[in-house]
Design a protein around this ligand. Sequence first.
Ligand code: NI
Length: 172
Amino acid sequence: MTKRDIIILPDPRLRLVSEPVATVDAEVRQLADDMLETMYEAPGIGLAAIQIGVPKRMLVLDVAREGEEPDPLVVINPKVVWESPELSAYQEGCLSIPDYYEDVERPQRIGLRFLDREGAAREIEADGLLATCLQHEIDHLNGVLFIDHISRLKRDRVMKKFQKQARFAEKG
Ligand code: NI
């Protein structure tokens, strides 16, 4: 496994729509393992492939609490098949938008179809933090960030902050 660099706002690649994975082969499994290592190292609870610059429809997550056994999940070509009408709010953050957190409301429960690390078709019902995390990561596959779900005023403010930081970094 190799730790990869995580791309940061305002990197334009974060706005790409990722392509479906054609075949779950050794290369895809290697990518999944690299994504898991990068996520654990960060540390974070979810990571989409585009966050390491790879525009493929896959994500990894682990919502096990501190002190619990790790519970890694590799999700390839996810498709949300239903959403609950009830919403729940969580304070979200993103490894590509470091040190910024804001409450986001999303469907509390979802049904999800996807391929796992072995390429097997799976269907799960997710709720709570797992449902939120899955929806946050699936948004990444469509070029959507959690700051797109907050007020325009707050989004403009955070965009400006990161644009300024990027300019500063360029100048060195
Ligand atoms: Ni994110």
